[in-house]
Design a binder for this molecule. Structure first.
Ligand code: ZN
Length: 320
């Protein structure tokens, strides 16, 4: 089998062809043309190109491609493939999957980019070998995805794992009702547990407008305001992990996004989770994502090989 995935980003579209062992046979990126019809043409050309390269370079002329996987921003409806809540607003309301199936003349599976990260990390990433995995992406916003038995849990409405738009658990009096969220609610986890939320909280308490990575640097230099802001972030993320544990109790939590690179998070978080989880003993793996930016395209390709375990260590592709 040959697995082809597309990572549909706001500025770039990337395609990759992977072999049975998760090795790249071909990868290609093009700018996102920024309009619907042109984007569909770009995807069709990218799929043709990586498939051609993989078949030629890897000598895989007769190998089957089960279908094409796509990771896209927003929340595609699993029934219709109609995109909701995408920051590429010209995708919203479009039957993206159906239109791609027509253009590509083959079956297409479509999910959001956070789900792609969760699947990619559960298949052969930081949580390889774990039965159940929750991914939490702490970037500009807060996304998430759930995997069990190496299968993505999409949900009846495609909403499973939308962690960022659950309410902050066990809020203190000064955390409620919480900041307004772009989704229309107040106090969503994303308004607190995200690079943006962290910076907003730091500014509200100290009056200083800084980027999240600058606050982390200050925290390491001993700045009291930054230390306290990081403690509040740990508490909020710890409560989020505890709430997910009470619902799903995964073997592993994989963190993606800019703030997942903060090493202190992994040392300090378990104490916060322990104070909220409904048990006197809790244990789970807390790890940063292995594949980083490439998890989108890998997870998209793996939409066609879910439920089949990969070898935890990927052998090097020898060529043909
Ligand atoms: Zn929200």
């Amino acid at each position: 089998m040959l697995y082809i995935g597309i990572d549909f980003g706001g500025t770039k579209i990337e395609a990759a062809a992977l072999d049975e062992n998760g090795q790249y046979l071909a990868r290609e990126r093009r700018p996102n043309p920024g309009s619907y019809d042109a984007a569909i043409v770009t995807i069709r050309e990218l799929v043709e190109s990586v498939e051609h390269q993989a078949r030629i370079s890897a000598g895989m002329r007769s190998v089957q491609v089960p279908g094409i996987g796509i990771g896209a921003p927003g929340s595609p409806s699993p029934r219709t493939g109609i995109i909701r809540n995408s920051n590429a607003t010209w995708l919203n309301g479009r039957a993206f999957r159906d239109d791609l199936e027509v253009a590509l003349e083959r079956p297409v599976r479509l999910t959001n980019d956070a789900n792609c990260l969760a699947l990619s990390e559960a298949m052969d990433g930081a949580a390889a070998g774990c039965h159940s995995v929750a991914a939490i992406i702490i970037g500009t916003g807060c996304g998430g995805g759930l995997v069990a038995g190496q299968r993505l849990i999409d949900g009846a409405n495609g909403l499973a794992g939308e962690i960022g738009h659950m309410s902050l658990p066990w809020p203190a009096s000064d955390e409620t009702p919480g900041p307004a969220c772009w989704c229309g609610q107040r106090g969503c986890i994303e308004t607190w547990v995200s690079g943006t939320g962290f910076a907003r909280d730091f500014q509200a308490q100290t009056g200083r407008a800084l980027k999240s990575e600058e606050i982390i640097t200050l925290m390491r230099e001993g700045d009291q305001g930054a230390i306290e802001a990081f403690e509040r972030l740990l508490s909020r993320l710890g409560r989020t992990v505890a709430a997910i544990t009470n619902l799903f109790d995964p073997d592993a939590f994989v963190f993606g996004g800019g703030l997942s690179n903060v090493a202190e998070l992994y040392e300090r978080l378990p104490a916060y989770v322990n104070s909220y989880v409904f048990s006197d003993h809790w244990e789970a793996k807390l790890v940063p994502a292995r594949w980083g930016d490439t998890s989108g395209v890998r997870g998209a390709a793996y939409l066609w090989r879910q439920g089949t375990a990969l070898a935890p260590e990927v052998p090097t592709f020898a060529g043909a």
